[in-house]
Design a protein around this ligand. Structure first.
Ligand SMILES: [Zn+2]
Length: 106
């Protein structure tokens, strides 16, 4: 693994470098819920003021269930990767420099 790249935010499972040097991310936000784990699949661009979003979907799985065995889940994931890559190829919004780390939301 290259050490020159910064660590990806939690939940990011695929990243596409945009024309403007931002990234279009495919994100899987997981959270425990009673009896299992929820997976919130979405895509977002990190370019400043770029409000591009992939259509998100949320899935709930039992604790012993493998998400990769769910066709709909896998299909949504593949679809998000395709549209994130397509967005990355044309987005020119640049990321805002993160000099002030206290300004990070969440
Ligand atoms: Zn963008």
């Amino acid at each position: 693994m290259s050490t020159s790249t910064t660590a990806w935010p939690e939940g990011v499972i695929a990243r596409y470098l945009t024309v403007g040097s931002a990234t279009a991310d495919v994100i899987d936000d997981t959270a425990p819920w009673r009896g299992g784990v929820s997976h919130h699949l979405r895509a977002a661009c990190t370019g400043e003021l770029c409000d591009w979003r992939g259509r998100d979907r949320e899935y709930w799985f039992e604790a012993d269930e493998n998400p990769n065995g769910n066709d709909s889940f896998c299909h949504t994931l593949e679809r998000l990767q395709v549209i994130a890559q397509a967005h990355a190829e044309k987005c020119r919004a640049m990321p805002r420099p993160t000099a002030d780390s206290s300004n990070v939301s969440r």
